[in-house]
Design a binder for this molecule. Structure first.
Ligand code: GLN
Length: 282
């Protein structure tokens, strides 16, 4: 229900703001009708066209007692390197979840658009990467209950003529490949989209004047802008999204355990204190 609402909000916001409709596209390869199937319910039991690797036999956890988390560790404050260690809200929260499950967390860093395939091939148990719940992703994976919310924002150069959403038409927009910012940019009329593997690479291209704007999640946006020269985040707020933990469709048992852990960690204030440690209120 909630998940559907968020996606609908995303769709509605995009449609209203950008003229174009809200079709299915991006990370669901081929099989367009699958996107419709996702709209009904997050139904694992339907068993309709799941991706080839996702059959039941294949998704055993790699090692007993180890919870493997797939992420893209260039998304401060959610996941990033401190020396050779991956830290951040997602890393700490996942470690707390693993502890509840009596397991040890192992973090695997990869490209953002490899995370869902890694879960479905059994290389990872959970995907935790500031990952927004979307209808298209729900076709391929289940999501836990959301653990936080975020918004998409626009970053521009300080002197830019782009003052809001509507001014993006016809511009060159940088995004991180396969993210909701990427989906959002696709609905901007006449825009050219430059896709980068890391959000910071898009921001750097903006600082260098190669592109006109970047669409990205609000908290990483703040971090990236603070590390570059002459950039600002526009005030206009877009859609609110929910971040959740992605889990293979055939691993309902893990989904339940993770949700129970999240519930306990929310109730006892652990999640909020992890968020507060990394995000200071302005
Ligand atoms: N929240 C965005 C998404 O899920 C971006 C996530 C990320 O870049 N790590 O697409």
């Amino acid at each position: 229900m909630k998940k559907k609402m968020v996606s609908m909000m995303l769709c509605a916001a995009m449609t209203a703001a950008m003229v174009a409709g809200c079709g299915n596209r991006e990370e669901t390869p081929a099989e367009a009708p699958a996107a419709e199937a996702g709209e009904e319910t997050p139904a694992a039991e339907d068993g309709e066209e799941a991706p080839a690797e996702a059959d039941a036999e294949e998704s055993e956890a790699p090692a007993e007692g180890t919870l493997v988390m797939a992420t893209n560790a260039y998304f401060e404050p959610y996941e990033y390197y401190e020396g050779d260690q991956i830290v951040g809200i997602d890393a700490e929260m996942a470690a707390a979840v693993a502890e509840k499950l009596g397991m040890e967390l192992q973090i695997e860093d990869m490209e953002f658009d490899s995370i869902i395939p890694a879960i479905n091939s059994g290389k990872a148990d959970i995907g935790v990467a500031g990952m927004t719940v979307t209808e298209d992703r729900l076709v391929n994976v289940n999501f836990s209950d959301p653990y936080t919310t975020a918004t998409q924002v626009i970053i521009v150069q300080e002197g830019s003529e782009i003052a809001g959403n509507d001014d993006l038409a016809g511009k060159t927009i940088g995004v991180q490949l396969g993210t909701t910012g990427d989906i959002f940019a696709e609905d901007v009329e006449g825009a050219t989209i430059e896709r980068y593997n890391k959000g910071m690479d898009a921001v750097q291209a903006l600082a260098n004047g190669i592109i006109d704007a970047v669409i990205i999640d609000n908290e990483p946006a703040k971090q990236f802008v603070s590390k570059a020269e002459g950039l600002k985040i526009l005030d206009e707020e877009f859609v609110t999204e929910e971040y959740a933990i992605a889990i293979a469709k055939d691993n309902e048992e893990l989904l339940e355990k993770v949700n129970t852990a999240l519930e306990e960690l929310t109730a006892d204030g652990t999640i909020q204190s992890i968020i507060d440690k990394y995000i200071t209120a302005e």
